[in-house]
Design a protein around this ligand. Structure first.
Ligand code: FAD
Length: 820
């Protein structure tokens, strides 16, 4: 019995060492100490010491460990690990690891998170948002842009150029604005509340494209020529990578450049003959310079021995003779400039390569390095901004629109949508703030960029669907009075571009995350690739035993957290958010543990088991999103009034995390192992459920009632109360309707009759006649009626107005006159 007690003590000491991740030698000393005390007490005998020494000595004496354990493992590892393609390698090498690495460590450092200062705008950036951005929003008439003109009006194009909207990323020394990533995000958020065409037209040149590539890789001459011209808006850039045959698999583009000699401006120079067929290229129809990606080949060895140099990026003037550019695609009725670019045997000098001839073949590395920054900003910001405006508008509409004698926003079914819209709006803004702050601190987080791109565009799509449902027919009937329908139409565009979402979720997030964020996987890979045998073994030994200790620790921690509900885990705050910090640590530990098991069981096959990989990526993603919510809550001064939004966003994210874990284990290749793992990480099932009806109700109230929380949700959006701004006018209508309700009640009481809440102008007259309203109050009721009607009314058209091709009208007339 006593011996059993000491065995339990040894296991407890091992568990504690694993939980606190003590080093191997420290853990060994701890066990030795327990055994020593047991020996002194006369309870631990020689056999126990023999077993201990047999295990501890080979593990702690590095020469024995390397020769008999690490070396054979290294041999097996080299055999089973699949070869990495150059493009995969370059994607893995690109960018940095930030909070994603903390999550993957299974023990996120909360101090590090909260030490990151809250994102703030400089005075210059704030002035730009209050001045030119506000004005650009005012100038953008969505109906005119989308329906009548299929383009921004010329004066808005000019305004954008004159005010350097296309130069937010260009450094001041070249005449650009050199805004922080956070400021760029806020600009795009505000613009996207005013229309997709405007936001995407501004977003694209500031994202991945010639400006970004030139600043990082351009020769001094290229920078000095192009950047000031781009900053002044004298050049409009586009970037052409996608081909009909190569969409998601962009590394497989069939477009080529053949190195050869040719004549350029009357002189014989070394250059390349380009043949390419690109499609879907944003801004191409109006571009003056085209960033072009193609595969460079040097069959005659004019540059050296290498015949296939690989993907290369060059800048081609749009007026190059023979360049076929200018035609337009028509993306889902959202007519931003987008079209094909084609060329056959076009000769340009080698100097057109971005960075000059020395950057031949470096195109893919350039693209993946820059993509992580742009992908964190443009689409996530457009999605968050659109969602924020939609959240306020839907709340206002739901409060104003009545059916069954009640505002529809008071119906429980509608509250479900409002809860989802508000909770996601809070979360999405949190994610863009935290992520762009990381960019401003110098991070280039490639995994986080994929998380933001995927989840924020998906959430935007859900929000816009919910908003459409709440608006009913008002959302469906297009016209100047419709402020939501185009967002619904355009949602799939954001889903598809910059890495289509199915691919992003299933292949990229965990595919890159496991390699990049895991503390040991990449080290093992690099050690195995090291050609120096001694160095390789030393490095591999280090990584392997670090990895084994990491996995054991995560297993112990996972089980302990499951038993205790992580209630003993540390948290930086002791308030309503404490449990969320603890849960994030718990599931981060689960992620680290389950990733190791999945990689151990499936090895390279995990890459092909996309749905398992996607679920591991989901766990990482939801924990990242949840962290951003906690950070926002703290950055904004822990506003208690926002707690319903915080609770909703946290519970939704943690519930989805648990679903991802559960589905991963249910679909694990070995059912037995899946069940065993569930016993370790989630023996009592899920802890979280979907946000409750009560939370949805509280958020629905926030969206429908002017208050500080609502203001914070819509912060920075274009809400000026002007006739031309439907979102601003909805805010005005909401205020007026709410202010008129007690007046309406007063009239009903005096009339001793429950009047319908409509024709408020007549209610006003009645109130005046009954002597219960002042002139001013009657005016308010009349104005509220005008606002109410504007809110619920939709447009109608003469059928001729809707015909895109008016010439059909003539032929129709001819036909009917013939028939007559
Ligand atoms: C409006 C618009 C603007 C664009 N602007 C530009 C631009 O300016 N410049 C530019 O170069 N390109 C641009 N693109 C191209 C865009 O980035 C590509 O469309 C995108 O990469 C997807 O390619 P695809 O449409 O051919 O889809 P496909 O590659 O044919 O994919 C079809 C589906 O299969 C999925 N899929 C593919 N591979 C996998 C996989 N391994 N695992 C799981 N799912 C997978 C995808 O997620 C997608 O859902 C634009 C596209 C559009 C529509």
């Amino acid at each position: 019995m006593q011996s059993l007690l000491w065995l339990v003590l040894v296991i407890a000491a091992l568990g504690a060492a694993s939980y606190w991740r003590l080093k191997l030698n420290v853990s060994t000393l701890l066990i030795a100490a327990v055994l020593a005390v047991g020996s002194i007490a006369g309870q631990v005998g020689q056999l126990a010491w023999l077993v201990f020494l047999l295990i501890a000595l080979p593990l702690n004496i590095s020469s024995i460990r390397k020769q008999y354990l690490s070396a054979p493992f290294l041999k097996i590892y080299r055999k089973i690990m699949p070869e990495m393609s150059r493009t995969e390698q370059e994607a893995i090498d690109a960018g940095t690891v930030w909070w994603d690495g903390e999550i993957f460590s299974g023990k996120p450092d909360w101090q590090k998170l909260h030490a990151v200062p809250a994102a703030r705008l400089s005075a210059e950036e704030q002035a730009f948002l209050d001045g030119p951005v506000e004005e650009a929003c005012r100038m953008a008439d969505e109906w005119e842009i989308n329906h009548k003109r299929a383009d921004l009006p010329p004066e808005l194009w000019q305004y954008l150029k004159d005010n350097k909207f296309f130069a937010m990323i260009i450094k001041k020394e070249y005449g650009g604005l050199q805004f922080s990533a956070y400021a760029q995000s806020r600009v795009l958020q505000k613009l996207s509340g005013s229309g997709i065409v405007l936001a995407s037209t501004v977003g694209v040149p500031n994202s991945l494209g010639p400006g970004e590539l030139l600043q990082h890789y351009g020769t001094q001459e290229q920078k000095e020529h192009y950047l000031p011209r781009l900053a002044r808006g004298e050049e409009i850039p586009c970037f052409a990578l996608t081909s009909p045959e190569a969409g998601s698999d962009a590394g497989a583009i069939p477009d080529v450049g053949i190195v050869c000699k040719g004549t350029w401006q009357g002189e014989e120079v070394l250059g390349m003959r380009l043949t390419f067929n690109k499609r879907y290229i944003t801004l191409a129809p109006v571009a003056t310079i085209v960033g072009l990606a193609f595969k460079l080949q040097d069959p005659d060895g004019l540059l050296g021995d290498e015949k296939d140099l690989g993907i290369t990026c060059a800048l081609i003037p749009a007026d190059l003779e023979g360049l076929d550019i200018g035609r337009r695609h028509f993306p889902l009725n959202i007519p931003f400039q987008n079209g094909p670019v084609r060329g056959k045997d076009l000769f340009v000098p080698l100097d057109f390569i971005i960075g000059g001839p020395k950057m031949a073949g470096q195109g893919w590395r350039m693209l993946v390095e820059c993509l992580s920054v742009g992908r964190c900003i443009t689409l996530p910001s457009n999605s968050a901004g659109g969602t924020k405006s939609v959240a306020l508008a839907t709340g206002a509409y739901a409060r104003i629109r009545r059916q069954f004698k009640l505002p529809v926003g008071k119906m429980e079914g509608v509250e479900e949508m409002l809860g989802r819209i508000g909770g996601n709006a809070y979360l999405m803004d949190a994610v863009t703030s935290m992520t762009t702050k990381a960019l401003d601190m110098g991070e280039k987080p490639s995994v986080i960029s994929a998380i933001c791109k995927y989840h924020l565009t998906e959430k935007m799509r859900q929000v816009v669907i919910d908003s459409m449902d709440v608006h009913g027919g008002k959302g469906i009937v297009l016209g100047p009075n419709n402020y939501i329908g185009r967002g619904y139409q355009g949602a799939p565009i954001a889903i598809t571009v910059e890495g289509a979402n199915i691919l992003t979720r299933n292949m990229m997030i965990f595919g890159q995350g496991a390699m990049r964020c895991h503390p040991y996987v990449l080290k093992e890979l690099y050690a195995a690739a090291n050609e120096d045998p001694k160095q390789a073994l030393d490095e591999f030994d280090d990584a392997l035993f670090g990895h084994i200790g990491f996995t054991i620790s995560n297993k112990v921690r996972s089980f302990w957290f499951a038993l205790t509900g992580a209630r003993l885990a540390g948290a930086p705050f002791k308030d309503e958010t404490k449990g969320y910090y603890q849960s994030i640590e718990r599931y981060a530990t689960n992620l680290a543990f389950l990733s190791d098991v999945a990689m151990g069981v499936l090895g390279g096959e995990l890459k092909r088991r996309e749905r398992l990989s996607a679920r591991l990526g989901d766990i990482l993603s939801y924990l990242y999103l949840a962290t951003a919510v906690l950070k926002r809550y703290d950055d904004e001064g822990r506003q208690k009034a926002d707690l319903p939004l915080v609770h909703w966003a946290m519970q939704d994210s943690l519930f989805r995390t648990e679903v991802a874990i559960e589905e991963l284990l249910e679909n694990f290749p070995s059912k037995v192992l899946g069940k065993a793992l569930k016993l370790i990480v989630m023996p009592f099932g899920k802890r979280y459920s979907r946000p409750s009806d009560k939370l949805d109700h509280q958020i629905a109230q926030i969206l429908q009632t002017p208050c500080d929380s609502r203001d914070r949700l819509g912060k920075g959006q274009y809400l000026s109360r002007e006739e031309s701004n439907p979102f601003g006018m909805l805010e005005q209508a909401l205020d007026d309707i709410l202010a008129s309700e007690p007046l309406y009640d007063k009239v009903c009481k005096a009339a001793n009759e429950r009047l319908p809440f409509m024709q408020l102008d007549k209610v006003a007259e009645r109130g005046l006649a009954l002597g219960v309203l002042t002139e001013q109050e009657a005016e308010l009721l009349k104005r509220a009626e005008t606002e109410r009607l504007r809110t619920i009314n939709v447009d109608d058209f003469d059928s001729v107005e809707l015909m895109a091709d008016k010439s059909l009208l003539e032929s129709g007339k001819k036909k009917s006159s013939k028939a007559a």
